[in-house]
Design a protein around this ligand. Structure first.
Ligand SMILES: [Fe+2]
Length: 266
């Protein structure tokens, strides 16, 4: 019997020829998903400290911007954790017509305020998606530092959401871009440094905090860090150094991200 080598098909080589087309298919699917996500914006502000007047100005600007899909409050939403303050803020938000994700600040946690935070807003750390982007809310204000449970949560969460443009929010900054308010940072430097390593490992795009009542922006190891604490509390810095009332508008268009600061008063 004479073997016709051409007719003998090697299953291994068949698989090998499949690989390039499989890879191409995945790339095309990824590109399709990236392009098919709708562009959107979201607003970020912090440290209103119970001041609903300044917040009203922010919300009227947000409402008039049809691109803004939701907002994030970076904490110190009330001034002394009281039931009355929580109720007034909650009423204000529910009538605003804007979905707001709330971060717990130190002023929200004091005098048992953390229980009211849970009552009105639920969990104090979690994540969610919007279009193609991923958002992580953390809490370093109840205990003044990130605890082990949140670190573990963050690693698992970022591992499961690799490849999405990701934004992380919490109240106390991990470092001070102004070098003026170094006492205002999250405690436990070792844990804080570890958290920043995790942000870098998973290529988080933006990390946003409040606590310092000003607008500060810097880059560190490929991540944009913004401090936005200008929604009503007394300002901590002169206007020339970022001490002005404002909110931040972030626009996500596929993989492109743009941030802009919107001043409330010229
Ligand atoms: Fe504050």
């Amino acid at each position: 019997m004479i073997w016709d080598k051409k007719k003998i098909q090697n299953p291994k080589s068949k698989i090998q020829t499949l690989y390039p087309s499989l890879t191409l298919g995945i790339i095309i699917l990824f590109l399709f998903l990236s392009v098919s996500a709708n562009a959107f914006s979201f607003a970020v502000f912090g440290d209103n400290h119970g001041d609903l007047r300044t917040l009203s100005i922010i919300f009227s600007k947000i409402r008039s911007d049809k691109d803004v899909a939701f907002a994030v409050n970076l904490g110190d939403i009330v001034n002394n954790g009281s039931a009355d303050e929580y109720r007034r803020y909650s009423d204000f938000i529910s009538k605003s017509g804007i979905k707001v994700y709330n971060v717990m600040g130190n002023h929200d946690a004091v005098l048992g305020g953390y229980k009211l935070f849970a009552k009105y807003f639920g969990k104090d750390y979690y994540s969610f998606d919007h279009e193609n982007a991923h958002f992580v809310i953390l809490n370093n204000s109840f205990r003044s530092f990130f605890d082990e449970a949140q670190k573990d949560f963050l690693i698992k969460d970022l591992e499961a959401n690799k490849g999405k443009p990701t934004f992380v929010f919490f109240h106390k900054p991990t470092f001070d871009p102004s070098d003026v308010y170094t006492a205002y940072l999250a405690s436990d430097r070792k844990m804080t440094e570890k958290m920043m390593e995790i942000f870098e490992k998973y290529r988080v795009r933006y990390v946003m905090a409040g606590h310092i009542h000003a607008y500060l922006k810097t880059q560190r190891n490929g991540i944009v860090y913004i401090v936005s604490g200008g929604a009503g509390g007394p300002l901590h810095l002169p206007a020339s150094l970022g001490g002005f009332y404002h909110f931040v508008k972030i626009t996500v268009d596929g993989d492109r991200i743009k941030d802009e600061v919107v001043r409330l008063y010229e």
